[in-house]
Design a protein around this ligand. Structure first.
Ligand code: FES
Ligand SMILES: [Fe+2]
Length: 383
């Protein structure tokens, strides 16, 4: 089987020579045997910021029910413009969701017996008890709202750092599209999908015949970035792609376009340069695990496109760009969901990974995550 892989790769390769020998030097056993660690059973490490919702999904005076890796979390936006806060979505009394409750000032009142919790999770009122008899509250999560996203820190609050910029969404020189949906797959399939540009074949109907050329990679402990250039071998450039690239192209040729895809745990970015030092496109994307087994993720993408010199041009072109990116995203979603279903059916990771950057990426994701173990939490008094 391993020899078969080698024979199949050789005549078709689009990789530079150095990389090809890297692939051919891999021991056959490593190519075909499942790795010791099943990457799909590694959970997202909680000591990072994860988006739970778009800002526009949470109106003033309302609650929003979300989950992080199976843990129910309620986001609450006070009516008076106060900061959004996040609590465990479980009343300390009878464990019903606080998201069904009523927002009162900077607190939420449970819909059942009216126990009330402030932004720190402290119980501040039980209507039928004296103030000196109040029970313990619920867990509060550090929460930040930035560039249209509401993010929480699900891990150890002592390790918390402030979130960095989310791509170029804060930069007025760019117009940003916010997109994403729940995708029925483990987040690691998403990382592999975006970083492995050898899958352009999947998008052949949208992108025409594009041959990616791998240029090289750099890596550290919690990051890896991969450079590609693209050459169009056949057909014309589709409109959506032209809209992203055209205004900045100047005299450069398609083959000089540079794309860098980076996983900086747990996020990914994709930047495209056509000329100069500034990217023309900057995608920032996060995959928040939804369920305890992490077989679902909610994808939050911020796609920022540099505004062309002619004002308004990008706005006119925007619907076409939205359509184009939506089509690409839906093809990717369909395929990664198929990968998850195969993993479910096989009960293990049978992947045969031959592309060294993706082998490095998989090792990085395994090293930075943590094994998924079922957690039984003690009641709040015992914590
Ligand atoms: S269940 Fe929440 S107040 Fe009783
Ligand atoms: Fe794709």
């Amino acid at each position: 089987m391993g020899h078969g892989i080698k024979r199949k790769l050789a005549p078709h390769h689009t990789f530079p020579r150095g990389l090809m020998s890297e692939i051919l030097d891999l021991p056959t056993r490593e190519l075909v045997q499942p790795p010791d660690i099943d990457l799909r059973r590694i959970g997202s490490h909680p000591d990072h910021w994860y988006p739970l919702a778009w800002s526009k999904e949470l109106k003033p005076g309302k609650t929003y029910a979300a989950t992080f890796a199976g843990d129910p979390i309620v986001l609450i936006r006070p009516k008076d413009g106060g900061a959004v806060f996040a609590l465990e979505d479980r009343c300390a009394h009878r464990q019903v969701p606080l998201s069904k409750g009523v927002v009162e000032g900077c607190a939420v009142r449970c819909c059942y017996h009216g126990w009330t919790y402030d932004a720190s999770g402290k119980c501040i009122d039980v209507p039928y008890l004296g103030k000196d008899k109040l029970p313990n509250g619920v867990r509060a999560y550090p929460c930040r709202e930035q560039d249209g996203l509401i993010m929480i820190w699900p891990g150890d609050p002592k390790l918390m750092t402030e979130p960095g910029p989310l791509g170029s969404a804060h930069d007025k020189a760019f117009k940003t599209r916010r997109f994403g949906k729940q995708v029925r797959c483990h987040y690691t399939f998403m990382h592999e999908n975006l970083m492995d540009m050898n899958h352009q074949f999947l998008h052949r109907r949208q992108m025409g015949k594009i041959a990616p050329r791998y240029l090289g990679r750099r890596k550290g402990e919690d990051w890896i970035e991969v450079d590609y250039s693209f050459a169009r071998t056949e057909g014309s450039q589709p409109l959506g792609e032209a809209l992203i690239l055209s205004s900045r192209r100047g005299v450069s040729k398609a083959s000089q376009d540079l794309m860098t895809i980076r996983t900086e745990y747990p996020y990914q970015t994709l930047r495209i340069w056509t000329s100069g030092d500034e990217p023309v496109m900057h995608l920032w994307i996060a995959y928040t695990p939804v369920d305890a087994e992490q077989k679902f993720n909610r994808t939050f993408g911020l796609l920022s496109v540099r505004r062309p010199k002619i004002p308004g041009l990008l706005d006119i072109a925007w619907p076409a760009l939205v359509w184009f990116t939506e089509r690409i995203f839906s093809e990717d979603r369909e395929i990664v969901e198929m990968e998850q279903r195969a993993h479910d059916a096989q009960g293990a990771d049978w992947n045969v990974e031959v592309f060294p950057p993706i082998r490095d990426l998989r090792a990085l994701l395994a090293a930075n995550g943590q094994p998924i173990v079922p957690v039984v939490r003690p009641p709040v008094e015992a914590r």
